[in-house]
Write a protein that binds this ligand. Structure first.
Ligand SMILES: [Zn+2]
Length: 255
C-alpha cells in the first residue's frame, strides 16, 4: 500500500479572485455576484487541510488572491515533482441565469492515468449533494496538457444555475466537495482514507457570519451607519428582528 507521506498533491484554485468574468449573475439574497474563486479557493483550503490530515504532502500552486498564470501553476507542480495535480473550478454556460447544471471532470484526451484518477474522484463526487453527473470529459486545457503527473480539472457545478450558484458559499458543500476529492485521491493511490473530525462549527453559510463583508453596493452607507453608532458592524448580512430595527431607527433619530 502506498504511503501518503511519500506523495505530493498539487492543488490549483482555478483563477484569481478578480479574474474577469468567472462569477455568477447577481444573487438577490446577498446583493452581489459570487466569484468563482470564492468557491475554488475554499475547496482547495479544505482539501489542503484534509489531505495533510491523512498524511499527504500538498503544494498550493496559486496560494495568493492574485491571478497566477497557468504557466506558473504548472511549472511549479512540475519542478516540485508533484504526484497528482487537482484543479478545482465552477462551470458557466453564460453570464445570465440559465438551465445548464451539473458537475464533471476533465482530463487530457488519451491520458490514461489521469482518467483513472478522474474515475476514482468521480465515484465519490456522485455520492454527495444530488447533482446531474455530466461525466468524465476530454479537453486540451493548459493545466492538463502541461503537467507531467496525472492531472484532473473538476467543474463542480454551474455558476449560472440558480440552484448551484447558491451552493458555492455553502460551507457544508465546500467541505463535501473537498472530502470527495480527498477520498478519490486516496483510492487512486491506494492510501487508507481518514475521515476528518469537525469542530463545533455548524454554520452553513459564512456570508451571514460575524465578520462578513457588507455588499459592495451598500458598503458606503453601511459603514457610515456603523460610524454613526446605529449598528456595531457585526453580522452585516443577518436578518434583524423588529425590536432591533426599532432600536436602530431610534439611534438614528437621536443623532
Ligand atoms: Zn474556472
Amino acid at each position: 500500500m502506498a504511503k501518503a507521506e511519500d506523495l505530493l498533491i498539487a492543488l490549483d484554485d482555478g483563477h484569481g479572485i478578480d479574474t474577469s468574468g468567472k462569477r455568477t449573475p447577481v444573487v438577490t439574497e446577498i446583493g452581489r455576484a459570487i466569484k468563482e474563486n470564492e468557491f475554488n479557493s475554499k475547496v482547495v483550503k479544505y482539501m489542503d487541510e484534509h489531505l495533510k490530515y491523512i498524511g499527504f504532502k500538498t503544494l498550493l500552486v496559486a496560494p495568493t488572491d492574485a491571478d497566477t498564470s497557468l504557466n506558473a501553476r504548472t511549472n511549479l507542480a512540475n519542478s516540485k515533482g508533484a504526484d497528482a495535480y487537482i484543479s478545482i473550478h465552477f462551470d458557466a454556460m453564460g453570464s445570465v441565469w440559465g438551465n445548464a447544471e451539473g458537475h464533471s471532470i476533465f482530463v487530457l484526451p488519451g491520458a490514461t492515468t489521469s482518467k483513472k484518477l478522474a474515475e476514482c474522484v468521480a465515484g465519490f463526487l456522485q455520492q454527495g449533494t444530488s447533482q446531474k453527473w455530466r461525466g468524465i470529459k476530454e479537453q486540451n486545457f493548459h493545466v492538463l496538457r502541461e503537467t507531467k503527473m496525472p492531472a484532473i480539472l473538476s467543474e463542480n457545478g454551474f455558476m449560472d444555475s440558480p440552484r448551484e450558484a447558491r451552493l458555492m458559499l455553502d460551507i457544508n458543500f465546500q467541505k463535501e466537495v473537498a472530502r470527495e476529492h480527498a477520498q478519490g485521491i486516496c483510492k487512486y493511490f491506494g492510501v487508507t482514507y481518514k475521515e476528518k473530525k469537525e469542530g463545533g462549527n455548524n454554520v452553513a453559510n459564512e456570508e451571514y457570519e460575524k465578520n462578513a463583508k457588507p455588499s459592495p453596493s451598500l458598503e458606503t452607507e453601511y459603514n457610515a451607519a456603523v460610524k454613526a453608532g446605529i449598528t456595531d458592524g457585526t453580522y452585516p448580512k443577518r436578518p434583524a428582528t423588529r425590536e432591533e430595527v426599532a432600536v436602530m431607527i431610534l439611534r438614528g433619530i437621536k443623532k
